[in-house]
Design a protein around this ligand. Structure first.
Ligand code: AMP
Length: 217
């Protein structure tokens, strides 16, 4: 039976970093909706053209487009055993569709992992964030600097700042998160899927808390 882990938390909470670590550990595909959109933007596909304006304004891409994209991705063979979902669902409608899709696939949600970080911390983190051009590996000026400034430790590609990590857009993205995505925390808590992690610790401490809480069940 395929199993799905859902990562919840604001932009800058560390979802992507922790999702990647968890997916390596439990050997499930890491599916990041933001990475898929950025890949479409880079390749200038039809989907990329549709998503571009929303993304650069720090708004959510409409549900129908996002749901269709994730559906197609979860049907691919590398997701046969399930996935760690990072950045999806982000609205109640997406959560409902995901439930239907997982039921169709005869799968189940294992846990929804909420990484909790205060708003002031998020703003500081996002404005120091850098990403590599080739694979989207993430760095931070203070918390996770690359060995050589401007160069990815893992693949040697150039580091850049995401357009939507600029100060004006960051504040808007956090508000969009609070309005549209934060209600999902209660949604999954009510269904007994939620585990909550203090995201204001080092990356390693967050990972070990997360694994310990998953073990507890
Ligand atoms: P992220 O890398 O997860 O911060 O996503 C970057 C941007 O991609 C978001 O600000 C949205 O514009 C878009 N995006 C990613 N995931 C979703 C989603 N589940 N629903 C709508 N838009 C999304």
């Amino acid at each position: 039976m395929p199993v799905y882990y859902l990562m919840l938390g604001a932009p800058g909470a560390g979802k992507g970093t922790q999702a990647k670590r968890l997916s390596d550990k439990i050997k499930l595909a890491h599916i990041s909706s933001g990475d898929i959109f950025r890949d479409h933007l880079k390749r200038d596909t039809e989907l990329g053209k549709l998503a571009r304006g929303f993304m650069s304004r720090g708004e959510l891409v409409p549900d129908d487009i996002t749901i269709a994209m994730i559906r197609e991705r979860l049907l691919q063979s590398d997701c046969a055993d399930g996935a760690v979902l990072d950045g999806f669902p982000r609205t109640p409608a997406q959560a409902k569709h995901l439930e239907t899709l997982i039921a169709e696939l005869n799968g189940r949600v294992a846990k929804a992992i909420y990484i909790r970080v205060a708003k002031e911390t998020l703003i500081k983190r996002l404005s120091g964030r850098w990403m590599c051009r080739l694979h989207g590996h993430v760095y931070h000026d203070i918390h996770n600097p690359p060995k050589t400034p401007g160069v990815c430790d893992i693949d040697g590609s150039e580091l850049y700042q995401r357009d939507d990590d600029k100060a004006e857009t960051v504040a808007h993205r956090i508000n969009v998160y609070l309005e549209q995505t934060a209600p999902l925390i209660d949604y999954y808590r009510d269904r007994n899927y939620l585990i909550e992690i203090n995201g204001e610790q080092s990356i390693d401490a967050v990972s070990s808390d997360l694994l310990a809480k998953l073990k507890q069940g």
